[in-house]
Each structure stands twice: as structure tokens, then as C-alpha cells.
Design a binder for this molecule. Structure first.
Ligand code: 5GP
Ligand code: ZN
Length: 115
């Protein structure tokens, strides 16, 4: 997608601090971290959000969760815990229309994610 920030990050047209990359998945640090560890895990394929995910993406979605699993262990947060958030649509406040999973860790988070 030409006008998608995350597609530009994938293509290297916008710089990012990458923490993991393979043929299908990219993980990089959020530019405005909401926690000491705030990483965005995204598919390289442009998918707007969960509403656009179809059965043919099942391997890709598993791969994203395997990446989150690996990152949590590599970052050493698997014991203390972490939070995964994916926003979808207007009421959630989704700003970037390319499917992404926020991996938040490194501090004790509140009991609720809705405010
Ligand atoms: P959303 O609100 O769509 O779930 O989250 C989008 C996230 O992308 C935000 O947390 C925002 O800080 C992050 N973000 C937006 N533009 C950029 C960018 O150019 N580089 C990086 N690394 N993160 C970005
Ligand atoms: Zn995109």
C-alpha cells in the first residue's frame, strides 16, 4: 500500500528500530512508547486489521504469535508478563490501518485496558 506508514517501514523507506524480521513478519519499537518495552509486531502483507483476516492468513497469524512468544522470551519478560493489544476501527483509536500487535511490558500495568 503506497500511503501506509507501516508498509513504508517494511520497505525501509521510513527508518525504524527493528527487533525481529523474517520473510513474513517484522517487529520494531513503537516511536511513542507507552511502556518501557513497546514493540509493534506486524505482518509484511498489508492487512488493514482483524476484520480483513481470512482463513488463508492462518499460517501468518500463527507466525505472528510465535514471534510474540519468541520476543517475550528474548526480552526476558515471560516471567513478569506482558500485554498484547490490537486496535480495530474508529472506537478503538486505530491510527495505522495495517494490522499490528502492540507488545507492552516492563512495568506493572493497570487491571483494565478500557478508559
Ligand atoms: P494504533 O493506535 O494504530 O493501534 O497504533 C499505532 C502505533 O504506531 C502508535 O503506538 C504509534 O506510536 C506508532 N507509530 C506511528 N507512526 C510510527 C512510525 O513512523 N514509527 C514507529 N516506530 N511507530 C509509529
Ligand atoms: Zn501497510
Amino acid at each position: 500500500m503506497d500511503d501506509c506508514i507501516f508498509c513504508k517501514i517494511i520497505q525501509g523507506k521510513i527508518p525504524s528500530e527493528k527487533v525481529y524480521e523474517d520473510n513474513e513478519v517484522l517487529a520494531f519499537k513503537d516511536i511513542q512508547p507507552a511502556a518501557p518495552i513497546h514493540i509493534l509486531v506486524i505482518p509484511k502483507k498489508h492487512i488493514e486489521n482483524i476484520l480483513e483476516v481470512s482463513p488463508k492468513d492462518s499460517d501468518l497469524i500463527v507466525k505472528i504469535f510465535q514471534t510474540i512468544n519468541k520476543l517475550a522470551k528474548d526480552l526476558g519478560v515471560e516471567k513478569d508478563g506482558f500485554r498484547i493489544i490490537t486496535n480495530c476501527g474508529r472506537d478503538s483509536g486505530q491510527e495505522v490501518m495495517h494490522l499490528h500487535f502492540h507488545l507492552l511490558a516492563g512495568k506493572k500495568m493497570g487491571p483494565k485496558i478500557v478508559s
